[in-house]
Design a protein around this ligand. Structure first.
Ligand SMILES: [Fe+2]
Ligand SMILES: [Fe+2]
Length: 184
């Protein structure tokens, strides 16, 4: 599997998480309760799998490789992607605050969860669309086969460092279980 294909596969997992989160917000909006455990699982997925691992691969490996190949960081798609990663982080922080409040029955915590989940979903859906259809296409055009192979090894190192052995499968299993609860 090429590194770009790997990143695209990870995008599919992010999009699935967004669909699950959408269902969670729908339930919360209609006054239903949601299991805290599910919210914690989603937060862990967004923090570790999406941010540390997927965005880590992009920020530490893909973007620098593209810059090396002549795509400027400033004023181009790379700086936009970096900015959107930052925005995503702040929505996840907001979501975490909402979940912490929800755990102790704090007022307004449901609104905080809903607002941040919606903003995150909108942002990441369009971010992924831009990466799949613009940035990754550019990467495939400018990166050599040798560079792509070198990146494969760097990705393996990030996986090991940020996620650790077996955790990747565990994340996918959790996501699958959540899918059965919310999207069945
Ligand atoms: Fe990204
Ligand atoms: Fe991405």
């Amino acid at each position: 599997m090429t590194v770009i294909k790997e990143l695209k596969n990870e995008h599919e997992a992010v999009l699935l998480t967004i669909r699950i989160l959408d269902q969670i917000t729908t339930r919360l909006k209609s006054g239903q309760t949601v299991e805290i455990k599910h919210l914690d699982q989603i937060l862990e997925f967004l923090t570790i799998f999406v941010d540390k691992c997927h965005h880590g691969k992009e920020e530490k490996v893909l973007f620098p490789a593209m810059e090396e190949a002549g795509i400027p960081r400033e004023g181009g798609p790379i700086s936009t992607m970096l900015y959107e990663h930052e925005q995503g982080r702040s929505f996840v922080q907001g979501l975490r605050r909402g979940v912490e409040g929800y755990r102790v029955g704090k007022e307004h915590s449901v609104t905080e969860i809903i607002e941040n989940a919606q903003k995150y979903g909108l942002l990441l859906s369009s971010h992924i669309d831009k990466e799949n259809n613009v940035l990754y296409v550019m990467a495939e055009r400018v990166l050599s086969v040798d560079k792509l192979t070198e990146m494969e090894n760097a990705f393996i190192r990030i996986e090991k460092l940020e996620i650790g052995p077996n955790k990747h499968e565990e994340f996918h299993a959790t996501l699958h279980a959540l899918k059965n609860v919310y999207l069945a």
